[in-house]
Design a protein around this ligand. Structure first.
Ligand SMILES: NC(=O)c1ccc[n+]([C@@H]2O[C@H](COP(=O)([O-])OP(=O)(O)OC[C@H]3O[C@@H](n4cnc5c(N)ncnc54)[C@H](O)[C@@H]3O)[C@@H](O)[C@H]2O)c1
Length: 249
């Protein structure tokens, strides 16, 4: 894709699943990558595994804690010599009937999926504005940010809010040369999905998807790369759904 060569890319949640596939994709596109994740061993293993592909480094940090979110962006800026692209991807999910959701569980999902997304985006955007080179930001929402799914009220609410966060950021940051968009993937087979659903559930779920398969992390990585690239130069303030056609019915 055009315009990714040499760019500095911060990917939150880049140590596993979709974020890890995205780190690989950006390296293959010739970008320089900095990842963060929660688990030390996963961050180290990802950096080790991909170091032969290009320039990659990373650190452990929790995006929902303001001080750590600042440190992640500060370190990314230092290692990349400027953040051109932010892939604001880190998120968590679990199943829970609405009537049983505790306020602690509600707060946890919102803290990572919404507050963490905001904290990282605000810090990275401040630095993009200060550098004056523009930039591209992609926030991770979900198909569940556009349509409800039972047993995910907290998750769905967090992802719906990410869409509106993205739209408001687009209004304010567009005039400053920073493009902002969001991705809304459907069911993607990752460690997160496998931690929630049984193989039987996953097997049956395919019947909901007109393309007849689940999404792969690489499908999402390609969409992230597209939205961050110059090929998407006029895409701004929009959410891109990639769900194998599930919401078309
Ligand atoms: N898998 C799906 O079906 C699917 C569908 C739509 C959207 N998403 C979204 O995509 C994103 C990635 O999901 P995934 O399936 O790859 O998950 P995953 O669990 O496989 O990976 C999550 C990554 O985020 C990191 N992370 C989690 N909490 C963090 C925190 N507080 N601070 C910093 N890093 C943190 C983890 O260390 C890991 O690197 C999430 O935002 C998720 O909501 C996933």
């Amino acid at each position: 894709m055009r315009g990714l060569q040499g760019k500095g890319v911060l990917i939150t949640g880049g140590s596993r699943g979709i974020g890890q596939a995205t780190a690989r994709r950006f390296l293959e596109e010739g970008a320089r990558v900095f990842i963060c994740g929660l688990e030390q061993d996963e961050v180290e293993q990802t950096v080790q595994a991909f170091v032969s592909l290009g320039e990659i480094s990373g650190m452990v940090g929790d995006v929902s804690i303001e001080e750590q979110a600042h440190q992640i962006v500060e370190e990314a800026e230092r290692r990349l010599n400027g953040i051109d692209i932010l892939i604001d991807n880190a998120g968590i999910a679990w199943e829970e009937p609405f009537l049983e959701i505790t306020s602690e569980h509600w707060d946890k999902i919102i803290a990572v999926n919404l507050r963490g997304m905001f904290l990282i985006a605000r810090e990275a955007a401040k630095r993009m504005v200060a550098r004056g080179n523009g930039g591209a930001i992609v926030l991770m929402s979900s198909k569940n940010g556009l349509a409800g799914e039972v047993k995910y009220a907290h998750y769905n609410a967090s992802k719906g809010a990410v869409v509106m966060l993205m739209k408001t950021m687009a209004l304010e940051l567009g005039p400053l040369g920073i493009r902002v968009n969001a991705l809304c993937p459907g069911y993607i087979l990752t460690p997160l999905a496998e931690s929630i659903d049984s193989p039987e559930f996953i097997g049956a779920y395919v019947n909901n998807i007109p393309l007849g398969r689940l999404g792969r992390p690489e499908d999402v990585a390609a969409a992230y790369a597209f939205l961050a690239s110059d090929d998407a130069a006029f895409m701004h303030g929009t959410e891109l759904l990639l769900d194998g056609g599930q919401l078309a019915q």
